[in-house]
Ligand binder design. Structure first.
Ligand code: AMP
Length: 177
């Protein structure tokens, strides 16, 4: 079996110009996910970084944050919490508005999803401006948590989204574009 490198992972993302809007270079994760070795590498590498951090909940952001987020939670023996688009969660929710690289949105999380004793890992596929992840952190803080870590598979470093996030969370990613 070929040994996967981080360059293999980076190269497995497909560039789609002008999606979903003109001027955006979309990093398509589906070409990475369909490769079994790359898929496993990404999940293992992220879980490995958090193995000794006492994570009790992994919060995944809809929808690409659910894919590895649930595997990472399983590997860390943590619970999984979805942050969803409005109107999807059935019980009482907190709601936060945000803007992202190519638009604006709202996200929700169940009010009883996180408690003050939780050590939380917020996960999404990609960090661009950081707006989406900051909304996730606000939701977690509305519930209260002992500590929040934030992780992405990759980040668009030229957008500097990490700068604001690092003020409120410890941030990691596997690689940069
Ligand atoms: P942001 O809030 O600007 O950091 O945007 C991050 C969120 O939007 C993540 O959920 C990403 O999946 C998605 N996203 C933003 N820009 C891109 C991009 N260029 N390629 C792929 N996904 C993106």
């Amino acid at each position: 079996m070929k040994k996967i490198t981080i360059d293999d992972v980076r190269n497995s993302f497909r560039n789609v110009p002008d999606f979903p809007k003109k001027g955006i270079m979309f990093k398509d994760i589906t070409t990475a996910l369909k490769d079994p070795e790359i898929f496993r590498y990404m999940a293992d590498a992220i879980a490995e970084m958090y193995v000794n951090k006492g994570i009790t909940k992994v919060v995944g952001i809809e929808s690409r944050g659910f894919i590895l987020g649930s595997i990472i939670a399983y590997k860390l023996n943590a619970g999984f919490v979805p942050v969803r688009k409005p109107g999807k969660l059935p019980a009482d929710t907190w709601e936060v508005s945000y803007s992202l690289e190519y638009g604006e949105g709202k996200v929700e999380m169940h009010k009883d999803a996180i408690t003050k004793d939780d050590v939380v890992l917020l996960h999404d596929d990609l960090l661009a401006t950081g707006g989406t992840a900051l909304a996730g952190i606000k939701l977690i803080n509305l519930c209260g948590a002992k500590k929040i870590y934030t992780n992405f598979i990759c980040e668009l470093s030229f957008l500097d989204g990490r700068k604001e996030l690092e003020k409120v969370s410890e941030v990691t990613s596997l690689f940069e574009f």
